[in-house]
Design a protein around this ligand. Structure first.
Ligand SMILES: [Zn+2]
Length: 209
């Protein structure tokens, strides 16, 4: 057996199926902001991936059915984790011990999205990118246990890389906010505003809601 997702969501304006998550809650087709956000979706994706690994020795299950839109994302998660393992030339189980930087996570995600056929759901590239990067971060212990740790990790990658991806600022702002530090979250918003106004506004929405 496999662990499926119960998440089914359709944009109330254009009817597109997608999964609104904290990292990206806009409809990939019409950009309408979703009224629902599936906070545990990444955590649940990790659980399903780890379940496959435990029971079958691989993130990829021998068979998979697309029951919900969430299952479609899960399938990308399985393929992606398997792809990352082979890119890093390690066994899939070893991936759990690997410390992957934001920069590397980003590169691997782009490579995966470029080399994999996302065909009819090309619109979802941005949503999938945020999803897959977050997935790599959450993999190690099955969920993000310590928000302070996440903040430290994100801050480190921002300082080291010099020119980090806009998602880093978004995630960091969000992590600060979740940790109760609204003023640091707003600082990240100010930086992000100059890089990507759309993402910056999404961050501000999270902070103000
Ligand atoms: Zn829509």
């Amino acid at each position: 057996m496999t662990l499926h997702s119960s998440v089914n969501y359709k944009c109330s304006y254009c009817g597109t199926s997608f999964v609104p998550m904290p990292v990206l809650s806009e409809c990939p087709k019409c950009s309408l902001k979703s009224s629902v956000v599936f906070d545990n979706f990444i955590e649940d994706s990790v659980k399903s991936s780890l379940y496959n690994l435990e029971t079958r020795g691989s993130f990829l299950p021998p068979a998979w059915g697309f029951i919900t839109i969430g299952d479609r994302y899960y399938w990308f998660a399985f393929e992606f984790l398997s792809f990352v393992s082979s890119s890093a030339k390690i066994g899939e189980k070893e991936l759990l011990n690997l410390d992957i930087s934001e920069n590397i996570a980003q590169k691997l995600t782009s490579k995966f999205l470029n080399t994999h056929d996302i065909g009819g759901i090309g619109l979802f590239a941005n949503a999938l990118e945020s999803y897959l990067v977050s997935l790599l971060y959450s993999l190690k212990d099955g969920r993000i246990k310590n928000k302070t740790e996440v903040i430290e990790k994100l801050s480190d990658s921002r300082d080291i890389e010099g020119d980090p991806n806009k998602i880093t600022y978004f995630n960091l702002g969000n992590a600060y906010f979740l940790n109760g530090d609204k003023s640091s979250a707003l600082n990240e918003y100010e930086i992000l505003k100059k890089l990507n106004i759309n993402l910056a506004n999404q961050l501000l929405d999270l902070i103000n809601n």
